[in-house]
Design a binder for this molecule. Sequence first.
Ligand SMILES: Nc1ncnc2c1ncn2[C@@H]1O[C@H](COP(=O)(O)OP(=O)(O)OP(=O)(O)O)[C@@H](O)[C@H]1O
Ligand SMILES: [Mg+2]
Length: 243
Amino acid sequence: MERVKTGIVGLDEMLNGGIPAGHQVFLCGGPGVGKTTLGIEYLYRGAKMGERGLFLSLEEEPEAIIRNVQAVCTEWKDFASLVAEKKIVVAGQEAYIHLEKGTTGAGGMQYAVSRVMSSLDALVSENDIKRVTIDSSTIIKMFFESGIEFRRTLMGMLKNLKKRGCTTLVTGESPTLERGELHFETEHFVADGIIMLYNLQQQEKRLPAIEVVKMRSTLHSKSLTPIKITSNGINVYVGEKVY
Ligand SMILES: Nc1ncnc2c1ncn2[C@@H]1O[C@H](COP(=O)(O)OP(=O)(O)OP(=O)(O)O)[C@@H](O)[C@H]1O
Ligand SMILES: [Mg+2]
């Protein structure tokens, strides 16, 4: 089976070699756990292996995203040049504006969503994109009054990316930091994979960790595994215990 290596230290080992190609994987966690960083590193490592990636941000403008990455991952000296060469395509703001405009006027929402989807489609085919990160599904959800409409739209977007041969990460916020209080929504059951990021609490300390909750068509680690966000991206300490 063809696999897409995330290139993130330790994560591919947890995934028995990488994400099965074409999968749609949810990357969930509470605020500040590293969802955006992991989503970008997946594209950065891919670009260095010769696979083009698209980062679709519904939260920030491309300039802010690039600035942030450079502030955290200071060792990624070639990040800006990979963006300039379109090996990493960063799209933001515009998609968001389409959505915002869509919230006004009759039938606006549907129009806005179809605009975002067609611009996504165009970006993917024009740039020969193989990896996609959508950051975040929570923002898309905000524009829908009904959960069903949101899911239908998100699924449509993801299905289309799969058809185009992309392997996609979709970030999403989980409202709780506690592992025991998690609950999953329909989109998580439909997704090919779920990776959770945590900032667990132990007395006065916070313990960042990762867990592969599900990954279809492959064996994978089910252990809660410590991580660290470093100046060279995310390190996953396979084989080590969190507590
Ligand atoms: N500009 C920055 N300068 C320094 N550290 C940063 C910066 N941006 C992020 N970090 C560090 O990286 C961690 C992860 O940030 P990241 O944005 O990837 O998390 P996230 O899960 O996407 O957060 P959010 O819920 O806000 O979307 C932060 O908690 C922080 O420690
Ligand atoms: Mg984020």
